[in-house]
Design a protein around this ligand. Structure first.
Ligand code: FES
Length: 160
């Protein structure tokens, strides 16, 4: 037994309840909503590094009030624009500020005072905590240094 389908069977008659048409319209709308719901997080994920870079580029200086009190051998994480950054007060009294965004895939790096290094937990990248130089692991470039000015009330961090 064979089944035949012709165009007349697919097109509803005028006045006939358009249940199939309504179903297809609803399914199409749901499909569009689903696609948008899936695409938006992907767009945000891909666009965020660009937005972060643009926002960080707009900021030229950050004032960290009372940061001059930061104890020796410690770090203060802060935002330079929207990008994470760090201010390190080394045991020898030197101040160093740099971006805290790993040059490999953009994870936030951490200063590890005990090992006197900057470490990226994502893939094990290691940076020099004085120069920002990439020492080992996958990072292809050094961390970008900022200029540091310390006064009685604050620490100013600016583009070098
Ligand atoms: S993102 Fe930092 S080492 Fe890969």
């Amino acid at each position: 037994m064979s089944e035949t389908t012709n165009l007349e069977q697919m097109v509803p008659e005028p006045g006939e309840p358009a249940t199939r048409r309504a179903f297809l319209a609803a399914a199409g709308a749901a499909g569009v909503c689903y696609t948008l719901a899936m695409a938006y997080p992907i767009y945000r994920y891909l666009a965020s590094p660009v937005e972060m870079a643009m926002s960080a580029a707009a900021v030229t200086e950050v004032t960290l009030k009372d940061a001059q009190k930061l104890p020796l051998g410690s770090v203060l994480m802060f935002k330079f624009g929207t990008a994470p950054a760090m201010l390190i007060h080394h045991q020898d009294g030197r101040w160093v500020a740099m971006t805290a965004v790993c040059t490999h895939l953009g994870c936030t790096v951490q200063y590890e005072a005990q090992q006197d290094r900057i470490h990226c937990g994502c893939h094990g990248g290691v940076y020099n905590p004085y120069t920002g130089a990439n020492v080992s692991g996958p990072p292809p470039r050094p961390l970008k240094l900022y200029k540091v000015t310390v006064n009685d009330a604050a620490v100013n961090v600016s583009r070098a």
